[in-house]
Design a protein around this ligand. Structure first.
Ligand code: SF4
Length: 763
């Protein structure tokens, strides 16, 4: 998520940018780090044309925001394994045989093959996967080209993380809120654990808020480091977020702790909601969550009475089979307590009026209704697809001035699982061309066996990448990509916030590495549609996007770190909310029209399976890594040489396992290998599975995929119906049945230390 910038403009005005003395031979640039998705403003220092150092910003607002991944980035990008030239596959798919070609040769062939696939199967046979948040951005240019060509099948990892929250948030109040951390009095973390080196700005904000007296409530099965610092820790059962929020609502409504004026004037469906909430007496909630009724009530009272409070976005609630209800329940709590669009509460910022957002660049209006209707996933799981988002076009125009708001890039997206099924030949129509940019799709969505089958069934795969990831190993072409040190950037917060920040180019890209702008410009040309990217350079494109400021991009970067509009609170009093009713929809008219329960609900876990008696969760990143990246950087691997699974001392003891043992974590879909770490802070019967593991030093190519077959957690993430959220079709990865067994005859097991429960928090 973008680093939350203080919403109080006085803070920004007061912040004195104290540039450090210039050292001879050193050039400094104001830059935005993209080594994770949180976008810290940092400073780069270059000598002789190469970045030699990344340090924290000279702006006091951002000074504390830097982590080890940002600091080590110049080394990571200078690694000898970086792909510097276009590569064309010359053997069988996945054979690992490549030849170096020119950009022109590659693009001529890609264009010819893509046009043939579109002619034979229709434009919907072309799917693209990106993770703009991980890489900075592709500027919406990919979607712009796809929309003109006629393909609705764009997917992204944000389907499981923030993008889906943004899309589902519209069902309640029409926008995706951001907490006013500077002024809030109570923060609620749901399974989320920002740390000094992971989610660094969020960690800084929470620490600062606590230092000035704000309360902290943490819900987490693990005794995380945030849980240790909390005023209240609710060690809820994994995957029971929605049940816990029903408990909070029961207390808040029964004890009349909600904002009655706001509920009466600005919400619809309160009486229906109340009836649904009455189905969740605290005894039931205690059973569903495993928490004491008194503690649930105490936390609910703290949230409602100590406020204004914020519930920061959490990827945890995004990845559960009750995700839509969970996200809606967060919104309902915020709303009935009167915390929407107030200082210290949750702001609905809208677009920055001076910057053309990526939503506009994407030009969703040019995609015909007929092609929109073909979007994969829209029939069964429409929440974030064109179909699910269509009802918001008119309200969005009324309130925010634009029909299409692709907030956090999560709206108007195809459903990943259905896209991979179509790619595998098991869908409603064939998908035969697959592009991915800054994205390792094989390991980034659920059901890796399906994704592998899908990729092996493609006629054309194109990757825009920096390194030979397991996914890139299956491509026809790998086009070398630049890094955040090597390009300028407008960070428009993916249209979520009205604050916009900028990044200067610090050095020239090495070899023939090119930006996503150049990649898409080449693709537009290869499709005989050069007019779709009419700007000559990325800088020209940025000048176009910032023209309303009266400055060029270069002038704007020099003038400020943050471009923002003056905040206004309670804007709904003037223009209503961007929902069909114009009010906060506690009972969603849009979900109802799509055939879903308009009220939030709770589906209990799928039936138990005695063969898989433990529960696992995945998705937590080690501090040195982000998603599937950074495994090639020695400084990071020293900290995390092997993938580690966590168990409690009790569960490890019962299974006869010791610290450092190699184990298999298995379920019905697959298995992975990991080294066991015994953590006192883990609850019994829960397994933490490491996310995104492969080893760049291991053998490449199909069958090996640099260790992805051994370690990638996507092999355990199910996407059969019981494990999907109904409205979104996203997988439940916080509570999957599994078992842990020792690796007995594996050569990789060299040592086994004695059981040594460690006392640090589970991260
Ligand atoms: S938290 Fe670290 S990796 Fe992420 S943007 Fe900030 S400095 Fe970069």
């Amino acid at each position: 998520m973008p680093a939350p910038v203080p919403f109080d403009p006085q803070d920004i005005a007061n912040a004195k940018y104290e540039e450090r003395p210039v050292r001879e031979g050193v050039t400094t640039k104001r830059t935005i780090c993209a080594s994770c998705d949180i976008a810290c403003s940092v400073v780069t220092e270059s000598m002789k044309g190469r970045v030699v150092k990344v340090r924290s910003s000279d702006n006091p607002i951002f000074r504390d925001n830097i982590c080890m991944k940002g600091i080590v980035a110049p080394k990571g990008f200078a690694h000898p394994s970086r792909i510097l030239h276009p590569l064309k596959r010359v053997g069988e798919r996945g054979s690992g045989k490549w030849e170096q070609v020119t950009w022109e040769e590659a693009m001529t062939d890609i264009g010819t093959r893509l046009k043939k696939i579109i002619a034979e199967h229709g434009p919907e046979a072309w799917a693209v996967s990106t993770s703009q948040w991980n890489t900075g951005t592709d500027h919406g240019l990919g979607r712009r080209i796809m929309n003109h060509v006629g393909s609705p099948n764009w997917i992204s990892g944000v389907a499981l993380c923030a993008g889906n929250t943004a899309a589902v948030s519209k069902f309640t109040y029409g926008w995706f809120p951001m907490g006013d951390f500077n002024n809030t009095k109570c923060i609620v973390l749901m399974g989320h654990n920002p740390r000094r080196h992971s989610w660094t700005p969020m960690y800084t904000y929470i620490r600062a808020a606590q230092a000035r007296g704000a309360k902290l409530i943490v819900m987490d099965p693990r005794r995380s480091s945030s849980a240790e610092r909390a005023d209240i820790w609710l060690p809820l059962k994994v995957g029971s977020d929605a049940a816990m929020m029903f408990g909070w609502l029961k207390v808040i409504i029964d004890e009349e702790l909600y904002d009655k004026d706001f509920v009466a004037n600005w919400t619809i469906g309160f009486e229906d909601l109340k009836k649904r909430v009455d189905e969740f007496p605290l005894e039931r909630v205690a059973k569903l969550t495993g928490c004491e009724p008194e503690m649930i009530a105490k936390a609910a009272r703290m949230y409602a009475t100590e406020g204004p409070s914020v519930i920061p976005w959490t990827p945890i609630t995004d990845m559960q089979r009750n995700s839509t209800s969970g996200i809606r329940l967060q919104g309902i709590l915020r709303s009935i307590c009167g915390y929407i669009d107030v200082p210290g509460g949750e702001t609905l910022q809208g677009f920055n009026p001076d910057i053309i957002p990526e939503s506009d660049i994407e030009m969703h209006h040019v995609l015909s209704d007929e092609q929109k209707a073909k979007q994969l996933g829209s029939k069964n799981h429409p929440a974030f697809t064109y179909r699910g988002q269509a009802a918001f076009s008119e309200p969005m125009k009324r309130v925010y001035g634009r029909e299409y708001s692709n907030i956090a890039t999560g709206s108007y997206m195809a459903t990943p699982s259905e896209t991979f099924r179509a790619m595998a030949g098991e869908g409603e129509y064939p998908v035969k061309a697959f592009f991915f940019l800054g994205n390792n799709p094989l390991m980034s969505y659920a059901n890796m066996p399906l994704i592998l089958k899908a990729m092996m069934n493609q006629d054309l795969i194109v990757a825009h990448e920096q390194f030979m990831t397991p996914s890139a190993q299956l491509a026809d072409y790998i086009m070398p990509a630049d890094s955040w040190l090597e390009r300028p950037l407008i960070h428009d917060m993916f249209a979520w916030l009205s604050t916009v920040r900028f990044s200067e180019k610090s050095m020239e890209p090495p070899g023939e590495c090119k930006s996503t702008f150049e990649f898409w410009k080449h693709i537009a040309g290869a499709l005989d549609r050069p007019e779709l990217v009419p700007w000559d350079t990325l800088e020209d494109f940025y000048d176009y996007r910032v023209a309303a400021t009266g400055m060029s991009f270069a002038e704007l970067v020099k003038s400020t770190d943050v471009h923002f509009k003056m905040p206004e609170f309670r804007q709904y009093e003037k223009r209503g909310f961007a929902t069909p009713s114009g009010k906060v929809e506690l009972k969603s008219s849009v979900l109802e029209s799509l055939g879903f329960d308009p009220l939030p609900y709770f589906r209990e876990d799928p039936p138990e399976d005695k063969d898989y008696p433990l529960k696992m969760f995945t998705g937590v990143r080690e501090d040195g890594f982000f998603q599937t990246a950074h495994r090639h950087i020695p400084e990071m691997r020293k900290r995390h040489p092997e993938p580690e699974a966590f168990l409690s001392p009790g569960t490890a003891g019962r299974l006869g396992l010791a610290e450092g043992d190699w184990v298999y974590v298995e379920n019905k879909l697959g298995r992975i290998k990991a080294k066991l770490a015994i953590k006192d802070a883990m609850p019994d019967e829960l397994v933490r599975v490491p996310h995104g593991w492969w080893k760049p030093e291991m053998q490449q190519g199909a069958g090996q995929l640099s260790g992805a077959h051994d370690y990638a957690d996507a092999q355990l993430c199910r996407d059969d119906d019981d494990y999907l959220d109904l409205e979104q079709g996203i997988p439940h990865i916080k509570g999957i049945p599994c078992r842990v067994v020792p690796v007995t005859a594996d050569a990789q097991v060299t040592t086994s230390s004695k059981a040594r429960p460690v006392m640090e928090p589970a991260e």
